[in-house]
Ligand binder design. Sequence first.
Ligand code: AMP
Length: 280
Amino acid sequence: MNIFTEIASLRHFLDEQKRKGKSVGFVPTMGALHQGHLSLIETARRANDLTVCSVFVNPTQFNNLNDLAVYPRTLATDSQMLEAVGCDVLFAPPDKEMYPALPQLKFDFGNLERVLEGEFRPGHFNGVGVVVSKLFHIVQPSRAYFGQKDLQQCLIIKRLVKDLSFDLELIICPTMREIDGLAMSSRNRNLTPEQRIQAPFIYEQLQKAKTMLQAGNSVAETQAGIYQAFEENIHFKLEYFSVADVEMLAPIVALPQVQSIALCIAAFLGKTRLIDNVVF
Ligand code: AMP
């Protein structure tokens, strides 16, 4: 595996590869890799001649300084894991390389960024938009891979690609879960053993909500059921539970309103903020 920390040398390498006619699959990450990330790498490898993974904990997408400070950083292990699954290129730039100066550019994704994560993490999607745009410009991939685990991020990137005419194919990959249903996440590393036992509660509630809706319960009844379950669980502090349309993530009031429904949750388990969703 080739490892780059500088934009110029990565570009030089990729230019040469592209001149040879190689297609490039790109997987942007913030590291602390797990099987969810690796599933994206494996999917990219199957469809491209060359697979590039970036590991960069992007400071501009954190609205909470403590969250940024405690975000796990495990570059040496990440590198070994990437090598083991046959990733061709690791791009791990220092902050100064990506941001010689603080970017002044601001993105506004409209209603899509006013709900859910956007509402609870002001500025988050602006930071995502800036860093992903920079990475797309640097790597210029044929295909880019993102996880449905971060559903709203997928929709934001879809919009970014459309609005800025990035010449690439966006591929959304399914959420990888632990055996007990917990969505794999770098943040799971920050859970205590006791919290780790509690953590699957989030996915259980998503499954429960899906079953309730499919059994004919109204959106209001379903929401009330989920809110009550979180009230009764002392380990969690619910930020939001939303029954939303899968295009704009706008709240759905009555059911036959849309074809596909997204159920989205964000909740704190101790100091760790976890998110998950199901689409059906
Ligand atoms: P992150 O390092 O959290 O920024 O994630 C990098 C990419 O991996 C994003 O596209 C995520 O949506 C994706 N990802 C994170 N967790 C999972 C998971 N459990 N299953 C599938 N993809 C994931």
